[in-house]
Write a protein that binds this ligand. Structure first.
Ligand code: HMG
Ligand code: MG
Length: 299
């Protein structure tokens, strides 16, 4: 059966904005996060402590993150690729971090300037030190279904890197369909293979991009398998600057519409959330790609 409640891991402020060419002012980002919290989201990925040359849009992490404190009962995870990033995040009081690995060599190189093995070696001390600091650690795994350079990615290859992340001490694993090519059967096959190798469903989240319009179907397949953590981006913002053909994430509004219809709790107020995404679309100068936002907030 389906779960009674789903925890939405909102990535709009990070995955959503990281690809935007024009710099969004820090105060607009801060208001975005506050509005997402007002709409009932409780896990809001705030920003990344990566090299500012690699992701210029998020170069304001040091000024943004302190402005987000004081949001009651909201977790604010941040991306951290290495110890330098961890130092920056911990010094600002971050208590939830995420490392981000790749199932393929091509994307590890493009996104982290490392082989898969070198990037895992880079994450190891990050995870160890984060756990010592009592931070919660999410391990993202990108290109879990297909890769723009390598094509379809074999399940066993994904399982191998996933297990490395969990063995390192990650509390949670997020399966990224970075370029949105997954289909529901593939999702269920990967989840079953992970379970067989000892990665339990309750530590797994799913992270779908909607390039081929499959994100909701894939989410439903994951829910049927028992997954209860779903990543989504307000208004369907997003894409990865280092993966060609990565378009928007699953829109949080489209997800909430489906979950509401299924009677699954999320705590999210769809009206407030859609209004927030319409407001952000105004700042970015183009309409939201989310069908639900467009249906609920006529232009
Ligand atoms: P590198 O060029 O190999 O860096 O980049 P390095 O380790 O050789 O260091 C070079 C210089 O950068 C040094 O400075 C470091 O101090 C500095 P120098 O000594 O030359 O003056 N540096 C830093 N500065 C600030 N913060 C840092 C940092 N690290 C090094 N953290 C690196 C390696 C990992 C840093 C780089 O590749 C990087 O920043 N990559 C991030 C790419 C990124 O953010 N991609 C998007 C997120 S992943 C994603 O979107 C997928 C996801 O959504 C899931 C899915 O959809 O699949 C999560
Ligand atoms: Mg992503």
């Amino acid at each position: 059966g389906l779960p009674a409640r789903v925890r939405i891991h909102e990535v709009g402020a990070r995955d959503g904005l990281q690809n935007e060419k024009t710099t969004v002012p820090t105060e607009v980002k801060a208001e975005f996060v506050h509005r997402l919290a007002d709409a009932g989201l409780t896990t809001i990925e705030a920003t990344s402590f990566v090299h500012p040359k690699w992701v210029p849009q998020l170069a304001d992490a040091e000024t943004l993150f302190p402005r987000l404190q004081g949001l009651a009962d909201v977790h604010l995870p941040v991306l951290v690729p290495n110890e330098r990033g961890l130092d920056r995040a911990l010094s600002l009081g971050a208590d939830r971090i995420a490392v981000f690995a790749s199932a393929t060599e091509s994307f590890a190189k493009a996104n982290l300037n490392r082989t898969v093995a070198e990037s895992l070696a880079m994450f190891e001390p990050v995870v160890t030190r984060a756990k010592e600091a009592r931070a919660h650690v999410r391990g993202y795994l990108s290109m879990c279904f297909g890769d723009p350079w390598e094509g379809a990615v074999p399940v066993h290859q994904v399982v191998r890197v996933a297990k490395s992340l969990m063995d390192m001490g990650c509390d949670e694993l997020s399966l990224g369909d970075t370029i949105g090519v997954a289909t529901p059967g593939h999702v269920q096959a990967l989840l079953s293979a992970l379970n067989e190798e000892g990665v339990a469903t309750n530590v797994i989240g799913v992270h779908f991009h909607d390039t081929y319009g499959q994100a909701l179907s894939n989410t439903l397949a994951a829910l049927q398998h028992g997954v209860t953590t779903v990543d989504a981006s307000a208004g369907g913002l997003g894409g990865c600057p280092y993966a060609k053909s990565a378009t928007g994430n699953l829109a949080t509004e489209d997800l909430v519409w489906m979950l509401n219809g299924l009677g699954i709790e999320t705590g999210v107020d769809l009206g407030r959330l859609s209004a927030t995404s319409a407001w952000m679309a105004g700042h970015l100068g183009r309409p939201s790609p989310s069908r639900t936002v467009r249906a609920l907030v006529p232009e």
